[in-house]
Design a protein around this ligand. Sequence first.
Ligand code: IPD
Length: 274
Amino acid sequence: STAEIQDYLKTAIEVAKEAGEVVREAFYKEKSLQTKSNYADLVTETDQAVEKQIINSFKEKYPTHKFIGEETVAGGHKTEWTDDPTWIIDPIDGTTNFVHQIPHTCVCIGLSIKKQMVVGVVYAPILNEMYTGAKGQGAFCNGERISTSQQNDLKQAIIYLEGGSSREPDVLRRKCNIYQKVLQTTRGTRTLGSAAMNMVNVAKGSGDAYVEYGLHIWDFAASGVILIEAGGSMIDPSGGPVDFLSRRVLCASSQPLADQLSTTIPEHIEMERD
Ligand code: IPD
């Protein structure tokens, strides 16, 4: 019900604020860091501590709910997404930015029910930006309504692209081809270093689209609700409906722009599914 969703959103905002405090406190300090799949895939003690804190807060309030958390999965738990209410958590999206003191770093908390995303909160504590969205209830930044640019001409659009954390030569070669084609056909490209920050920026009309191959459900589940509630479109890069476990996403300010970008991309990289 709407009242239940309102309650979930309110709780998610409180939990994200508490988590953001911890991120802010640690931001200018020395970090204790480890690598995950390769030397460019980072995790810090703060990512792990914040994820535990977030999960414990939700468990207290909603003992039957399930969780998918970036660092829990990195710790060896397979991503299991069921119809149960599930909190999908990235304690720090933009971990590399966090490590290098680049302010585009955020806490992402999404809620799915029957595998439909119903709540999304993205809190960027260094930038002081709290983005929120709930199904059918609009998207907001710091309480003000936000909406996409509604740009529908690729030639006038700004596109966010990410290098990502894969260092496999074949993936990088394909990404460079995509980069060249996107740059050729648009007004420009940008990289914020956080999937969620790219998406909330498209949601508020700061830039027009974003495409990435190689991310995970926790990087785009929460921000996806915000983008859609702001009037944007989110699809699989090859054109069909988005698939949260396929590790790929294409977002745009409007459906025509999403379709144009999808058909412009020379090849859609297949990633190993989550
Ligand atoms: C990463 C960031 C980055 C994107 C990667 C993500 P993390 O998330 O969103 O921008 O290119 O695909 O994995 O590891 O900082 O949570």
